[in-house]
Design a protein around this ligand. Structure first.
Ligand code: SAM
Ligand code: SF4
Length: 335
């Protein structure tokens, strides 16, 4: 098992497949993009699948989420999904994506064994989309979400980051849009993980504020006080609203900064260049790529991985005066 000294056990592996992206969300990266990792530094499909196999068959990983950067840019993604699901015990699989290209890829991903997707959608307004993501691709994202639902990659979850005076007025409209289509919407507080270090606490839309905005138009009822477990989202029922399949509609709020859930965290991350990170905000990484390429056995790699998780700190420390943002931005860690 991947346990740490605070009694937490990591079972949820987030694999970054690339640090590249075809959008430039302002809360994530600068307009000009970033210096991408050179290809030889990236794990090959075979290397990546070997690490995933070690995680799932020896270390208790039971859920694998592919992310990035934009994971749909990784050629060979269906093969990576298929390779992940071929071992026993088979992990649950999910993909976090900006949705561009999903309309074309969804059937192949479902066929390969992908269970579900999270699609990031911050606005329904093409002008705001272009301002926020610096590209004109809103229609592709919406088509991608619909195709994912059609292909059975469900429940389709939607991730939204609200930015003050940019898209914060859209919270109720986004919720209505998602409820009508059966998508499970979750609002995420903006975190200090952008490459350009532009995050400001006083500019962040907090979980409290998100709830106030929603409660102005919807009746919300806490839905998971007893069952939340390690899920970062606080879940609410939307009174009087149902998804198309008849279930009571829900909305989630992820207060990563103001309502940290580090004490229940069950995540561990593998970067596209083969580094284990025991926290999004970790300032240290553990290199698995070098031993992998130098011929280490599965056992040796598993031992290194366990040591990497064992040293996990109790919390992310964003609220400590001494907090320092990690050297790598979200897009290079795997969000
Ligand atoms: N490109 C894919 C996407 O956008 O879904 C996957 C990677 S992205 C880094 C994963 C998630 O992190 C997205 O939902 C995105 O909105 C979110 N994200 C990126 N930067 C963030 C930040 N500074 N604070 C909070 N969430 C952020
Ligand atoms: Fe790309 Fe996702 Fe970052 Fe937006 S949030 S720039 S889609 S990696």
């Amino acid at each position: 098992m991947l346990s740490d000294s605070y009694g937490r056990v990591a079972t949820d592996l987030r694999v970054s497949l690339t640090d590249r992206c075809n959008l430039r969300c302002t809360y994530c990266m600068p307009a000009e993009g970033l210096e991408w990792l050179p290809k030889p530094e990236l794990l090959t499909d075979d290397e990546l699948l070997r690490l995933v196999r070690i995680g799932t068959t020896r270390l208790g990983i039971d859920e694998v989420r592919f992310t990035g950067g934009e994971p749909l840019l990784r050629r060979g993604l269906p093969g990576i999904v298929a390779g992940t699901t071929e071992h026993e015990p088979r992990p649950r699989t999910a993909l976090t994506t900006n949705g561009i290209g999903l309309a074309r890829m969804a059937p192949a991903l479902a066929e390969a064994g992908l269970d579900r997707v999270n699609v990031s959608l911050d606005t329904l307004d093409p002008v705001v989309f272009e301002k926020l993501a610096r590209r004109r691709r809103l229609d592709d994202v919406l088509e991608g979400m619909a195709a994912a639902a059609e292909a059975g990659l469900t429940p389709v979850k939607v991730n939204t980051v609200l930015m003050r005076d940019i898209n914060d007025h859209e919270a109720p409209a986004l919720l209505r849009f998602c409820i009508e289509r059966g998508y499970e919407l979750r609002f995420i507080e903006q975190m200090p993980l952008d490459a350009q270090h532009g995050w400001r606490r006083d500019n962040m839309i907090t979980a409290d504020e998100i709830l106030q905005r929603l409660e102005a138009e919807f009746g919300l009822e806490a839905a998971d006080a007893d069952t939340r477990g390690s899920a970062p989202a606080e879940l609410f029922h939307v009174r009087g609203a149902n998804f198309p399949d008849g279930r009571t509609a829900t909305v989630g709020v992820i207060g990563s900064v103001t309502r940290p859930f580090c004490g229940a965290c069950d995540r561990v991350r593998l970067t596209a260049d083969g580094q284990i990170r025991n926290c999004l905000f970790a300032r240290e990484e553990s290199d698995l790529r070098t031993p992998l390429r130098e011929g280490a056995t599965d056992d040796e790699i598993a031992q290194r991985w366990k040591a990497a998780v064992a040293s996990k700190l109790p919390g992310h420390g964003i609220n400590d005066p001494s907090f320092l943002q990690p050297a790598r931005p979200m897009s290079a860690i795997g969000g």
